[in-house]
Design a protein around this ligand. Structure first.
Ligand SMILES: Cc1ncc(COP(=O)(O)O)c(C=O)c1O
Length: 381
């Protein structure tokens, strides 16, 4: 029998829609060749629209490189950064800052919760920070940060605000001008629904002015000043861009703008609501506090005694890949991504496999209950 391609429902990389795959399979243009330059330009312009950004850098790399770009260009060695961490990925700013000689001061939330705004304000009152970081959606806990409120605090205390949008961008609004975000760092493989391999950083004039004041920075490839002339005119060379991935991202950006930002964000909310109606119908709960839950993924508690490895192996037997926990949540939860270009069909298949896997492992669930509830919720509109 022919083996099915498994449906990858982890929170990134997310399934790649056919038009994006086709774009990826386009010609490997010379990187300064006219038709490619036009695609790159349009892609960058579209990204500026999505983020309300003054400047965008989109180059080969990953999310972690964009985190590094965000810090390297705005904070000098010896300066302090306030790291607000609501999970494993928020925490990543700590070793990153240390590697750059930057001094991190850390506020950590219990798993599944947010750091209270009062704690953030108390820190900002007490100390002067060159910048503060917040993870918009922490992919380990499903916690969504309070972007507008934190941005307002950053403004009040004159601190540069760096937002990690890796598990949010293009699935949750990040209007930089409207909210007062100075830097968004992100990547291609989550709600952009494009294969992994791109570092995307959006920033405003204030962040660029900071970079100008710094003189030199502790990096070369990561230095915005080396990239900005190429982003303005991609027919020039600094370092070879991944031309096929840029074509794929350009298609994704085009699809996002055609869908419309409001419609896309509303679809993500509707998908999350439908998926969670399905989970609830079979008694599954999220680890994330109700007031902090993100629309891009669900982080789901295992029923008492259920073995993580056995459950995910069973799901794979049914050709659905879900993710396990990371950090302190390892073995206690599983994670399902529902962002990018997926629709109710993938959710229904996933919930069906969850019902079957639980049953196979001895957890009593009503067959069809999750699928039915998700379907009904989706069709409420
Ligand atoms: C919120 C968040 N930030 C940063 C990263 C790091 O991105 P990458 O794995 O592309 O380096 C991830 C990865 O999943 C993430 O979820």
């Amino acid at each position: 029998m022919m083996k099915q391609n498994p449906l990858v429902m982890i929170p990134g990389p997310t399934p790649v829609a056919e038009p994006i795959r086709q774009a990826l399979a386009g010609p490997t243009y010379g990187h300064t060749y006219g038709p490619f330059v036009a695609i790159y330009k349009e892609c960058l312009q579209g990204l500026k629209t999505i983020f309300q950004a003054d400047h965008v850098v989109a180059v080969g790399g990953a999310g972690t490189l964009s985190m590094e770009m965000g810090l390297v260009n705005t904070v000098k060695a010896g300066e302090s950064v306030l790291v607000i961490t609501q999970g494993y990925f928020g925490e990543r700013f700590v070793p990153l800052a240390k590697a750059l000689g930057i001094v991190p001061d850390v506020l950590t939330a219990p798993a599944g919760e947010r750091v209270p705004l009062a704690d953030i304000e108390a820190k900002l009152k007490q100390n002067k920070y060159a910048a503060m970081t917040l993870t918009h959606v922490d992919t380990s806990t499903g916690v969504m940060g309070q972007v507008a409120e934190v941005a307002a605090l950053a403004k009040k205390y004159d601190t540069l605000f760096i937002l990690d949008g890796v598990c949010a961008s293009a699935g949750v609004p990040e209007p930089m001008k409207e909210l007062g975000i100075d830097v968004v760092i992100t990547t291609s493989q989550k709600a952009f629904g494009t294969p992994p391999g791109l570092t995307i950083v959006a920033f405003n004039e204030k962040a660029l002015a900071r970079r100008e004041q710094m003189g030199t920075v502790a990096g070369y490839y990561v230095d915005w000043k080396n990239w900005l002339p190429i982003m303005d005119n991609p027919s020039m060379y600094f370092s070879t861009p991944p031309v096929n991935l840029i074509q794929a991202l350009a298609k994704s950006v085009q699809m996002i703008l055609e869908e419309g930002l409001e419609a896309r964000y509303a679809r993500h909310e509707r998908i999350a609501r439908s998926f969670r109606a399905g989970l609830k119908a079979i008694g599954l709960e999220l680890i994330t506090a109700d007031d902090a839950v993100a629309p891009t993924l669900s982080v789901i508690k295992y029923p008492e005694g259920l073995d993580d490895v056995a459950f995910r192996a069973k799901m794979e037997e049914y050709d659905i890949v879900v993710a396990g926990g990371v950090g302190p949540l390892k073995g206690k939860i599983f994670r399902v991504g529902h962002m990018g270009n997926i629709c109710i069909n993938e959710l229904v298949l996933t919930l069906y496999a969850v019902e079957r896997a639980l049953t196979a492992l001895g957890v009593k669930v009503a067959q069809g209950a999750a699928v039915g509830a998700a379907w009904a919720e989706w069709h409420k509109g």
